[in-house]
Design a protein around this ligand. Sequence first.
Ligand SMILES: *Cc1c(COP(=O)(O)O)cnc(C)c1O
Length: 376
Amino acid sequence: MKMNISSGRPTVGEVDLEALEFNYRQIQKRISEGVKLLAVVKADAYGHGAIPVSLKLEKLGVEYLGVAIPEEGVELRKGGVKAPILVLGGIFGGEVDQIFRFRLTPVIFRKDSLKLLSREAERRRRKVKVHLKVDTGMGRLGVPLSLWPDFLKEVKRFTKIEIEGVLSHFSMTDEEKGYTQNQWRAFQRAVAIVKEMGISCQYLHMASSATLTAFSTYSGNLVRPGIMLYGSYPSPAFQALISLKPVMTLKTRIHFLKSVPSETRISYGGTFTTKRESLIATLPIGYADGYSRHLSNHGEVLIHGKRAPVAGKVCMDFIMVDVTDIPRVSVGDEVILMGRQGREQITAEEIAVKINSISYEVLCLIGKRVPRVYKG
Ligand SMILES: *Cc1c(COP(=O)(O)O)cnc(C)c1O
């Protein structure tokens, strides 16, 4: 396939909504009867495009969607998403109005946000649903267990606040089973206290991707997968536990091609020098698109189903790759930076190892400048 000179910049993130559906069903198979799914679509659905992904999940019958901040919820509502939306990261004072206007459900763990919400609810003469968060060992957000009864007492005073859920968050993926078990026990204690105080709520939830695969009994009646929906794993150990399909393919086409003699330096700083007469391809993608600079002299791409190494430093808008060993390469040929081509595949996990990070960050890095195109 050749690039038509009249077509636009060929760097795109191709999002396969059928793969998303496949992963959704794989997760559904893992959870017990009666347990519902809250699909986490924060950070623009981990870089996949929050609106198309959420609309697809809605069609599949998802119970709830989860975002990190109210703005992300507002974007979904403006995009036509009707499903309930949980704001996982809590709210700041200036965001109370958005909660009401866009029918978002905030996670609450601060008394001051509770007061602000309650005041606005009184003013509008309507109730507002919240989920209360208890900290069981993550040490990030949530009321410490010791202050939990006191916090609940306070919540009960606000007649316009309706407790729809109670949640917590695990901090270990597969590192330490005992710690996870203790967190689950602490959550059970927190839930028991809720019941003792005569509070009834619809949802109890704690499990994200890692826990719902490795500790499927620690689920409550709602689970919160994120990364697995997108076909990646919380850590490599999970690959044996559940089979998933990567949803995103990051691709481009060769923009420029040149034959250079031995001893030619390539890119900034001259960190790559050809050791033979070489064919060097320039690709229109760089760190401004989310192709990490840590992949300088380190990354690989797929061309004609074969691997080609990144030559020299990753630039802001371009990378160079050594295609000397790939026969019949020409300008306009398709290049896969992440995804499958022929029998070869480059996963987010592979890239993550090379940039000393995790697949989550690899996906989130893919920038605004890369248009997302949808399949399925
Ligand atoms: C991001 C997030 C999740 C999803 O985690 P994954 O590891 O991507 O499945 C679940 N719950 C909370 C509170 C989160 O912030």
